[in-house]
Design a protein around this ligand. Structure first.
Ligand code: TYM
Length: 333
């Protein structure tokens, strides 16, 4: 069991759209696996979500559902703190301070910002300063480790740079966190186009599998997944689509490389797809059942979120007091 000396773990997800298997295999699964080695804090990042317009009522629903999914996936609310970002205003307060010490050039280099701006006609300033808010989320709790998927590594590098810059300008204040990537599944690709990462915003109904998809839908989607022109699995020359299916299989089943090669070398894609479907369904069915129970009566989740804010808020305020003092912001005396 972790004690007060265990490092803090922090991570979060945006309550937009449905969580897909990329979110699960890239992040959520690691969160549950390593939670007992740390003092974990899991956040539902609604301030990040509104960098792109969200229908207000739907957003509130999604926030609770996201928390329910964390718990359904195996986050233990007794041990792990689960809370909603906007219930602790120190996140935006620290994000402002960070946006003052972060050069525009650092933010302009962020590839997610570049891709997202290409997809939209008009872009809010929030999307640009988004990584400063993400740095605030993490550094507010002095987190030492941040488990995420591969697409967040650049934001994590920036978080380290911001911590370093603040520390050198104002004196040692922040822990510089490490990124924790899963060994398998850090980047799950789209089923319809395995050259693109699986994403909530990608168009196309054959692109991703939601954590709440039924077994028959999962079967259909895996059945339609792009493979390649070769007749069977060839580990010496795996096409991107086939490699992605094998990654999904390994991440769900826990099978190592040797085992996986033994099972699938030379087999037809139909056999591989059946095994991937079964492995996914086996992983997702218990999660879906727990999710249905948790959302049937939302009071449990609401209570957990309230408790989470109560646990996290004093830590955030302690850091902010130090920051206000170091920066020279006015304090009544
Ligand atoms: P978000 O909500 O886009 O994604 C949540 C998590 O899912 C991972 N992920 C993937 N992993 C593997 N394959 C994929 N195709 C895939 N797509 C998404 C992401 O890497 C992420 O870990 N900015 C963050 C949210 C955030 C955050 C934070 C994370 C805000 N503050 C502080 C960590 C710490 C985001 O938009 O994740």
């Amino acid at each position: 069991m972790p004690n007060k000396a265990s490092p803090v773990l922090f991570s979060g997800m945006q309550p937009t759209g449905d969580l897909h298997i990329g979110n699960y295999l890239g992040a959520l699964k690691t969160w549950t696996a390593i939670q007992y080695d740390y003092r974990p804090i899991y956040c539902v990042v609604d301030y990040h979500a509104i960098t792109v317009y969200q229908e207000p009522k739907a957003l509130q629903e999604k926030i609770e559902e996201m928390a329910a999914l964390y718990i359904a996936a195996g986050i233990d609310p007794e041990h792990s703190t689960i809370f909603v970002q906007s219930t602790i205003p120190q996140h935006v307060e620290l994000a402002w301070v960070f946006s003052c010490v972060t050069p525009v050039g650092w933010l302009s280099r962020m590839t997610q910002f570049k891709t997202k701006t290409e997809q939209q006609e008009s872009v809010g300033t929030g999307l640009f300063v988004y990584p400063a808010l993400m740095a605030a989320d993490i550094l507010l709790y002095q987190a030492g480790v941040v488990p995420v998927g591969d697409d967040q590594t650049q934001h994590l590098e920036l978080t380290r740079d911001i911590a370093g810059r603040f520390n050198s300008l104002y004196g040692e204040t922040f822990v510089v966190p490490k990124t924790e990537l899963p060994s398998v599944g850090a980047r799950i690709m789209g089923l319809d186009d395995p050259t693109q990462k699986m994403s909530k915003s990608a168009p196309g109904s054959n692109h991703s599998i939601s954590l709440l998809d039924s077994p028959s839908r999962i079967k259909k989607l895996i059945g339609r997944a792009v493979t390649d022109t070769k007749p069977a699995v060839d580990f010496n020359d795996l096409g991107e689509g086939v490699a992605n299916l094998i990654t999904i299989y390994q991440a769900c089943s826990g099978a190592d490389n040797e085992e996986t090669r033994e099972v699938f070398s030379g087999v037809q894609y139909g056999v591989l797809k059946k095994a991937v479907t079964e492995a996914l369904v086996e992983k997702l069915e218990p999660l879906q059942k727990k999710f249905r129970d948790l959302t049937a009566d939302r009071d449990v989740v609401r209570g957990i979120l309230r408790h989470g804010t109560e646990r996290a808020a004093p830590i955030a305020e302690k850091t902010m007091q130090a920051v206000r003092q170091k920066v020279g912001l006015y304090m009544h005396r």
